[in-house]
Design a protein around this ligand. Structure first.
Ligand code: DGL
Length: 278
């Protein structure tokens, strides 16, 4: 594996494209392979055991493609399986929780931070733990927002249904006097406008994508793994189901200039049980 090996990125579906977009913006000469586990999305309602199994299967696939660094572009999978994957894999592994926590600490002025995410992410307490370890005196207020992911996957990001859901989920957070909210799910940046409408303009909305990209750059530079080659970097996309739908909706996450998402291949889920069970 050399410096021109790609960066591997996985998410349960489309959400991780918000992270990929920032990786490409910050590291334009790095090749990327993205895997969206569309056959098994959402992860955010599943048990830690199942999220861990899916994360390992996704990782095994990306490793088989010769990646030099792995990005878990999913808060749920990062919250549950980052440490286990780090122990198992012999390339650098980067999750999105710590970068999001760092960005929130840079933004807050009153030390009152809200965290929103999937049920599994919030139940794991990962953000509260990382925030407390970086700055023990902050107060953290967490809320699961389970309907946000299907709303985003449906493209309903700024209509009256999204606004109603945001009001129901976030009203309690507004009352806590927080000045910063971590969008602790890679789908949520697409709901920024609606969330801002409910939280009010004075509350900073933090997504971990940019800080994650910065960390990737730092790690690659630190290990002398940055790609210096001048040829156009590879951009590969895989989905575990409905690749055409992935391509169609992926454009929404990546923005109008993302003509590199021109071919999404189908990758069948590597379910180990198929081989180990009689
Ligand atoms: N993108 C995932 C995350 O960041 C959430 C979507 C899901 O529930 O699978 O947590």
């Amino acid at each position: 594996m050399g410096n021109n090996a790609p960066i591997g990125v996985f998410d349960s579906g489309l959400g991780g494209l918000t992270v990929l977009k920032e990786i490409i913006r910050n590291l334009p000469s790095e090749g990327t392979i993205y895997l969206g586990d569309t056959a098994r999305v959402p992860y955010g309602i599943r048990s830690p055991e199942v999220v861990t199994r899916y994360s390992f299967e996704n990782t095994r696939f990306l490793l088989s493609r010769g990646i030099k660094l792995l990005v878990i572009a999913c808060n749920t999978a990062s919250a549950i399986s980052l440490e286990k994957l780090k122990q198992d894999v012999n390339i650098p592994v980067i999750g999105v929780i710590e970068p999001g926590a760092r960005a929130a600490l840079k933004a807050t002025r009153n030390g009152r931070i809200g965290v929103i995410g999937t049920e599994t992410t919030i139940r794991s307490g990962a953000y509260a733990r990382v925030l407390a370890s970086l700055q023990p005196e902050v107060s953290v207020f967490s809320r699961p927002c389970p309907l946000f992911v299907p709303l985003v996957e449906e493209g309903w990001v700024d209509n009256e249904v999204a606004l109603l859901a945001a009001k129901r989920y976030l009203a309690g957070l507004v009352e806590e006097g927080i000045d910063t909210v971590v969008l602790g799910c890679t789908h949520y940046p697409l709901l920024k406008k609606t969330i801002a409408e409910v939280m009010g303009g004075a509350v900073a909305l933090i997504d971990s994508a940019n800080e994650t990209a910065r960390e990737i750059k730092e790690v690659l530079a630190g290990q002398s793994l940055l790609n210096g080659a001048a040829n156009a970097p590879m951009r590969e996309f895989y989905a575990t189901d409905a690749p055409e739908r992935f391509k169609l909706l992926g454009g929404r996450f990546l923005g109008p200039d993302a003509d590199y998402i021109n071919n999404v291949k189908l990758m069948e889920v590597w379910d180990e049980t198929r081989w180990t069970q009689k």
